[in-house]
Unconditional design. Structure first.
Lengths: 462, 192
């Protein structure tokens, strides 16, 4: 599973954290307010029921025939419904059926002389029912108060608290975005710097900021690490360069001696001739290795000067192939060019470009019996140059590493192939990079290896 | 991931709950401490009196059932019951529940009983002028209601009606005019 980004995780933590907190606070607030509202409402209703019951009692004592009008008057002013049980008979001004509104338990309790209260849901109405027995007048008064208004208020409260929770959650998530941006900015800077260093820009350093002691320490450690890395790389490059230079003189002497011996080959015994052949071949490989090492060292040290000029890529490629063919004495591969490439021009160093082509053709010759074609085409403002062979190809796992120095891959186990220096493709990559191009290894249409170079165009064909 | 799912479930549950009743209902009624009940409501006598109480008795009033038949309906009234009280309940007519059951009355609710007493098993009843506004056919039924109500209180020999002091003469279905209307003359109304 793909790991979630740190920024997203921070935003989620902030958002969910505030949602959780606001929900918790909202829930506590709601239940607190609800309890207070219900308690106050019921307390008020109970007190009013006492007063109303006393009014009924006084009416029954002083003017019993006005009971109905008194009950109507109470119901209108109190906005409640009165149900009376007089002499065993239920009396009410409305069509309410007492058995529905008053539970049997409440009726029993009032019969036993207790004042009762209960909250009931009757026919989708929420009611608060107060039952009061009045032994002095032998009447039981049940007053039904509707709590729908309270229910409505509580629903509004839920809506307000929910909206507040939503608002604080959005606020929390926004805070998370802001904090993550601030907190992760140093990481982004470090990441970008590391990418630039990996791309070969060893002058990259992190700027010193006052964003906090942790960031300052990270900056300092990072810059120290890069300094040490650069120092080590320079030391290694210098060592390789020094060794190469130190070896070149005796190697030249050796090559000259071998050359002199070659001139007198006929005078040597057959066994000595065979040894001379081997010696000459090894000297050639060794010379190539030293030359490559020196060039790489220069490249690492940035000592290789570029001599850039704008040239037609098609013609330049043909010249490079002819040059290699002349040197090796073999016919070069065909250069296949799409019509629009003929006019395409690139900014190149001719020597380096020829070295690129030479090394790629040499590599194809060693491991695949030679290149089958060099194909050029244009893609999105860049020229694509493919050196294709029909050999065994490069496995996908090796395609990533084939440009590393001294990488041998499958050839290391194949004794039939001719030994190279192991630096040819590494040098090709360095040269391509110096021309602001890219190189990758893929599979050719013939099933062999394809080395694909992309170079930026400076002049678009009309 | 599991944490996010839990929070989502909580939020959805909260939203669902918000649609339900926010005030919890009682599983059983709560009893109020008698000591906290004010105004002497639980006292056995009327406050500030040593022994005063209100007691109840049941007496019948007469209403009209479907089919124009006069039927007896019990009413509770404070003791001792009086003819005036019974006639008052007669003017009050049926309760909403009784009306829903089809009971009616031809005695107007705004009819005022000015005076009512019984002498020699004959009741003398003085009523307001509203009585004259009742149509002849309905008036006969209204008188029947009053006759049966008074008879139940002891006026077994009939009633004499006066309207604001002026004697009222009832024309019976037979055409005879009478001043004292007896239960026997109105008995046909009980049969419908």
């Amino acid at each position: 599973m793909r790991s979630r980004s740190l920024r997203l995780r921070l935003v989620l933590i902030f958002g969910l954290g505030t949602l959780l907190l606001s929900s918790l606070l909202g829930t506590l607030t709601f239940f607190g307010v609800r309890d207070v509202l219900i308690s106050q409402q019921q307390k008020t209703d109970l007190q009013q029921s006492y007063v109303n019951a006393a009014l009924i009692r006084n009416t029954l004592y002083t003017a019993p025939l006005t009971l109905n009008s008194e009950v109507s008057s109470i119901e209108q002013s109190a906005n409640s419904t009165l149900i009376l049980k007089i002499n065993g008979q239920w009396q009410t001004q409305s069509l309410l059926v007492p058995t529905v509104n008053i539970s049997s338990a409440a009726r029993r309790a009032v019969n036993d002389g207790h004042v009762t209260t209960e909250t009931r849901m009757v026919l989708s109405d929420l009611d608060y029912v107060v039952g009061i027995p009045m032994p002095a007048v032998q009447v039981q008064v049940f007053e039904v108060w509707q709590l729908d208004g309270l229910e409505q208020n509580l629903r509004v409260l839920v809506l307000v608290i929910g909206s507040a929770a939503l608002f604080t959650t959005i606020l929390g998530a926004s805070g998370g975005i802001w904090v993550s941006r601030r907190a992760l900015r140093p990481l982004v800077v470090v990441s970008d710097a590391a990418a630039r260093i990996a791309g070969g820009d060893f002058d990259t350093r992190l700027p010193t900021t006052h964003a906090g002691s942790e960031v300052e320490r990270l900056t300092e450690s990072f810059n120290t690490m890069v300094n040490q890395l650069v120092t080590k790389l320079e030391r290694d490059a210098r060592f390789a360069s020094d060794v190469s230079h130190e070896l070149r003189s005796p190697l030249t002497a050796l090559a000259m001696s071998a050359s002199i011996l070659e001139q007198h080959r006929e005078e040597l015994a057959p066994a000595a001739q065979e040894s001379l052949t081997l010696l000459s071949a090894e000297i050639l490989v060794f010379q190539g290795l030293i030359e490559d090492l020196i060039e790489l060292s220069r490249s690492d040290a940035g000592a290789n000067s570029l001599s850039l000029e704008v040239m037609p890529i098609a013609e330049l490629t043909r010249q490079a192939v002819r040059s290699v063919a002349r040197r090796t004495g073999e016919s070069g591969p065909p250069v296949q060019v799409t019509p629009e490439v003929e006019a395409a021009r690139v900014l190149v160093d001719r020597r380096r470009f020829e070295r690129i082509i030479a090394n790629l053709l040499d590599n194809a010759q060693r491991y695949a019996g030679g290149a089958v074609a060099i194909r050029l085409s244009l893609h999105a403002g860049r020229v694509e140059l493919n050196v294709d062979d029909a050999g065994p190809g490069i496995s996908e796992s090796d395609q990533e590493h084939v440009f590393e120095r001294f990488f041998r891959g499958r050839a290391a186990h194949d004794r039939s192939t001719v030994r190279g220096t192991g630096l040819g493709l590494a040098l090709v990559r360095e040269h391509v990079k110096s021309l602001e191009g890219e190189i990758r290894a893929t599979t050719s249409p013939e099933g062999g290896a394809r080395f694909q170079i992309e170079l930026p165009l400076v002049e678009f064909p009309s | 991931m599991r944490g996010i799912r839990r929070v989502a479930i909580l939020v959805v549950s909260a939203l669902c709950l918000s649609g339900c009743t926010l005030v919890s209902t009682s599983s059983s009624p709560s009893l109020v401490d008698p000591a906290t009940v004010p105004l002497g409501l639980l006292g056995l006598t009327i406050p500030f009196t040593p022994y005063a109480q209100v007691r109840w008795v049941t007496r019948d009033i007469y209403l009209i059932a479907p089919g124009q038949r006069i039927v007896a309906i019990p009413r509770s009234m404070t003791a001792p019951p009086t003819l005036a009280a019974v006639l008052y309940y007669e003017t009050q007519g049926p309760t909403p529940t009784e009306m829903a059951a089809g009971l009616t009355s031809q005695v107007p609710s705004n009819l005022v009983i000015n005076q009512a007493d019984i002498q020699g098993h004959v009741a003398s009843i003085d009523v307001s002028k509203v009585f004259n506004q009742i149509s002849t056919a309905n008036r006969r039924i209204a008188v029947g209601q009053l006759v049966f109500a008074a008879a139940a209180m002891g006026a077994t020999k009939g009633i004499q009606i006066s309207v604001e002091g002026l004697p009222f003469t009832l024309t019976l279905a037979s055409g005879a005019k009478v001043k004292v209307i007896t239960p026997a003359q109105m008995a046909y109304l009980k049969k419908g």
